[in-house]
Design a protein around this ligand. Structure first.
Ligand code: BG6
Length: 510
């Protein structure tokens, strides 16, 4: 029997019973990578859990000349290849595929958007949908504004029912372009109908940071500068850029990961308890954290940031090329594939506690974690000798893989003498709940259908994040600090080690 099918009393209440209103989801870029790898498989899994509303329909919209049949075949292939749950349930799949249609849309042609409107009206009447629409831009970011404006010109952003737009990170390239994007989107849609996806917020373990902190009473009293020495956030990937050179070479690790996923993890770790787990209450607290981060300017940038790029090397036993040898990457590219930084949050709770953040490609393994490093005990009751194998307490929130939480503490070694050693207490999702966490996109798509923006990024959050990143990017463009190479399969450039050494600390080896 598969683990998933086993009767599991601990899984009680794990099903998401929220019901969305009937709607049509229009996926722009429906034949692209994001749609095939993530969106269509996530929708199939929502169908399997019976979370999709009655009458729900999907319209694929892309530049390719495809028949409806061909699009359904494409969707079926992608679901077979990428669905989280396997094997595929043919009955569910057939019924899901029958809800898909396809319209060819050239984003430059208003007539194509009008034809799309026609299709939506047909679906409204056949499926009894009261005009509810979710426009999903699974397309390159430069198209978002064009799509929004064309929707407006074709009159598809208003009428009966709700009209929501979903865009993916990166939201803009810097503060200025992010503001421009926000202005255009807000001209066409109300802010609470703009759903900005940072898929990290859809990860179960990321949401669990808040549950861990605010559904328990024992952690919050120690969650501050009195007992915490430092915080380390690691987003390590063993993969390279996976054929995304054209995008990545303009973005780099700072824009690709730190500006969004990295800073989101900082906000959830550092925020004050919100009044309720409600969209604005949560996001208000997150914005406060971003605004309290001390901006890095001038010489701080050289002292507190690190940029590296992978040279050729070995990852998991396989020889891999240097970043500069990847397709669509300039042979003299200065783009960082590793970014590290030290930040301080200037508020009462976090005064003096450094937050070290690092993100890199082609590191030895894929792991995302937040490590809360506590201070040493104030007095060595058992003497230095007995304590020499003890590290200070640490809580590790393991976001992925092997999702879980561990607490490190000192325990007496069973023997006649008095020796104390570090041990860990572990919680693992898989063994406690006996189910695999759902894909981030399942949660986020459902939230969007329901109209709950709690796990989506608000415009002011995006801008506050760019305001911190812009000065760093500017200094980096003039080679301050210089780009440093690291061999693929290692933990990044030397400068990253030195960043912590300078503070008398070292990176945790996950
Ligand atoms: C994306 C980045 O946002 O996140 C990718 O653009 C990165 O470069 C990916 O690989 C990592 O996501 P995950 O869910 O695998 O940690």
């Amino acid at each position: 029997m598969k683990v998933e099918e086993a009767p599991n009393p601990l899984a009680e209440g794990l099903h998401d019973y929220r019901v969305a209103d009937p709607a049509v989801m229009i996926i722009f870029g429906a034949t692209g990578d994001l749609s095939g790898r993530k969106l269509l498989p996530a929708l199939y899994n929502l169908a399997k859990q019976r979370s999709l509303p009655a009458g729900f329909a999907v319209v694929g919209a892309a530049i390719d000349d495809l028949t409806e049949q061909a699009f359904r075949k494409h969707a079926s292939d992608k679901i077979h290849a990428f669905s989280r749950t396997q094997p595929i349930d043919d009955r569910v799949l057939d019924s899901f595929l029958s809800s898909l249609s396809y319209v060819k849309v050239d984003f430059g042609k208003l007539d194509d958007f009008k034809a799309l409107g026609q299709k939506l009206q047909e679906l409204d009447s056949t499926n009894h949908i009261p005009g509810n629409r979710i426009f999903y831009c699974a397309t390159p970011p430069p198209t978002y504004q064009t799509i929004a404006l064309q929707l407006q010109a074709a009159g598809l952003n208003s009428g009966g029912g709700f009209h929501r737009i979903v865009v993916e990170k990166p939201f803009g390239f810097d503060l200025l372009s992010a503001r421009e994007l926000t202005q255009t989107l807000q001209k066409v849609f109300a802010e609470d109908s703009v759903f900005r996806i940072d898929h990290y917020l859809g990860k179960e373990t990321v949401q669990n940071i808040l549950a861990f902190r605010f559904a328990n009473s024992i952690f919050e009293p120690v969650w501050n500068t009195n007992l915490i020495d430092s915080v380390q956030i690691t987003v390590a990937e063993d993969i390279g850029i996976e054929g995304r050179g054209a995008y990545y070479d303009k973005a780099g690790a700072m824009r690709d990961i730190i500006q969004n996923h990295g800073l989101q993890l900082v906000t959830l770790t550092a925020m004050e308890p919100p009044l309720a787990f409600e969209a604005n209450a949560v996001r208000d607290e997150k914005v406060k954290v971003l605004r309290a981060i001390r901006p890095l300017i001038g010489e701080d940038i050289e002292q507190s940031t690190v940029r590296g790029q992978y040279a050729k090397g070995w990852v998991l036993g396989v020889q891999v090329p240097a970043y500069r040898e990847e397709k669509n990457v300039a042979p003299d590219s200065q783009t960082e594939t590793y970014a590290g930084l030290r930040l301080f949050i200037d508020n009462w709770r976090w005064a003096g506690v450094p937050f070290y953040i690092r993100a890199g490609k082609r590191l030895p393994k894929r792991v995302t974690e937040i490590r809360i490093q506590f201070k040493r005990p104030p007095h060595l009751t058992f003497g230095r000798e007995a304590m020499k194998e003890v590290d200070p307490n640490a809580i590790t929130l393991r976001i992925q893989p092997e999702e879980g939480i561990s607490l490190k503490f000192g325990a007496k070694v069973p023997s006649a003498g008095l020796r104390i050693r570090s041990v860990t207490m572990d919680f693992q999702y898989m063994t406690s709940f006996l189910v695999e966490a759902p894909e981030a996109y399942e949660r986020l798509l459902l939230d969007c259908m329901i109209g709950d923006p709690t796990l989506f990024t608000r415009a002011d959050e995006v801008e506050a994040a760019w305001a911190l990143i812009d000065p760093i990017e500017n200094a980096w463009r003039s080679q301050r600090p210089p780009l440093e190479m690291y061999a693929a399969g290692t933990w990044g450039p030397e400068a990253a080690t030195k960043l912590l050494q300078a503070d008398g600390r070292e990176w945790h080896r996950p």
